[in-house]
Design a protein around this ligand. Structure first.
Ligand SMILES: *Cc1c(COP(=O)(O)O)cnc(C)c1O
Length: 340
């Protein structure tokens, strides 16, 4: 039996339908803006979020880093939750690419509030970084897949408008949130100056993320993508996977979220499990109790053909996705009570 991989929703392989779409893609040189499939993907994503333009990039790290650089100048700072991907998992790129600092907020499950942002905004002084940009993450990865509703974002948006700050969304898993809230991408688009969306997470494409925003923002972003070495040529083969994913793999994210909820409920009943973070989408983060450690628990799981990742000495993360079906979840649920 092949292993059940709960390490990340990045491990998915293209489906036959997706491969077909990729093989049949019409392509051109995208650096010359002549790849019709890349152009179609960019128009599609911009349209979904009600933005003027979009930019196809190799990774979510690149779309985030381009957004940081496009919105800021050296000596500025970005305000974000301490768990943010841009702070935790992008190699400190905010300093490397943009010469900016981070102003970290202790949020709840990776989410921050308008009063917290307001308290973090620095006064203007020669000796202080200038607060320029706020970044929210929806869903929050290290926060356990928690999501913001548009109602929760609006006070932050209002504050940013009032204080002249830009607002960027790291929407690597925005569709995992939207299938739960029932809100539309258009509502999300209206609240942010820029949005980064991953095609290679739950949506199941092999490569790619899209940055969307107003035309002038994307014009600058395109130059920064080029200087980062992210200008791709016949990228339509990859963009075709993204278009296919947006057409076929959005609604099914509800299944992933449901699978995660079931795993979370069962884990909560296990005597060897301590805190299970609230499960809102496709991520389950939980602590195992001594004498277990994350490492020894993962070893036990692996012996049953189940792979997951450590998220701290006592903490484990499960992520559900396109390549984990209901039968596999049943198998995991049958194994969990045997461990400990
Ligand atoms: C995965 C992820 C990204 C981008 O990651 P890449 O691996 O560079 O595509 C950005 N933000 C969050 C929250 C993520 O989970």
């Amino acid at each position: 039996m092949s292993p059940i991989n709960l390490i990340s929703d990045t491990v998915t392989k293209p489906t036959p339908g997706m491969l077909d779409a990729m093989f049949n893609a019409e392509v051109g040189d995208d650096v010359f803006r002549e790849d019709p499939t890349v152009n179609a993907l960019e128009v599609k994503v911009a349209g979904l979020f009600g933005k003027e333009a979009a930019l196809f990039c190799p990774s979510g790290t690149m779309t985030n880093q381009i957004a940081l650089k496009t919105h800021t100048l050296p000596l500025d700072e970005v305000i974000c939750d301490e768990y943010s991907h841009i702070y935790q998992y992008e190699v400190g790129g905010y300093a490397f690419h943009s010469g900016i600092s981070v102003n970290l907020i202790k949020g709840q499950h990776g989410k921050i509030t308008a009063p917290q942002v307001e308290a973090a905004i620095k006064p203007i002084a020669d000796w202080l970084p200038e607060s320029r940009l706020v970044v929210l993450e929806n869903t929050a990865n290290k926060g356990g897949g928690s999501y913001y509703t548009t109602g929760e974002v609006q006070p932050i948006r209002d504050l940013c408008l009032e204080r002249g700050l830009k607002l960027h969304l790291d929407g690597a898993r925005i569709f995992n949130a939207l299938v739960e809230t029932g809100e539309s991408p258009l509502e999300v688009g209206a609240q942010f100056d820029s949005i980064s969306v991953c095609l290679s997470k739950g949506l199941g494409a092999p490569v790619g993320s899209v940055l969307t925003g107003e035309a002038e923002f994307i014009r600058k972003a395109r130059r920064i993508r080029k200087v980062m070495g992210g200008g791709m040529r016949q990228a339509g083969y990859l963009a075709a996977a993204g278009i296919y994913a947006l057409d076929h793999h959005v609604q099914r994210l509800k299944e992933d979220n449901l699978h995660a909820r079931h795993l979370g409920q069962l884990l909560g009943q296990m005597s060897y499990v301590g805190n299970v973070r609230p499960v809102q989408t496709n991520i389950v983060i939980f602590d195992v109790l001594p004498p277990l450690t994350a490492a020894s628990f993962l070893e036990q799981l692996a012996r049953h053909g189940i792979l997951a990742s450590p998220f701290g000495p006592q903490t484990v993360r499960f992520v559900t996705h396109l390549d984990v079906n209901a039968d596999m979840i049943d198998r995991v649920m049958a194994v969990l009570p045997k461990l400990g």
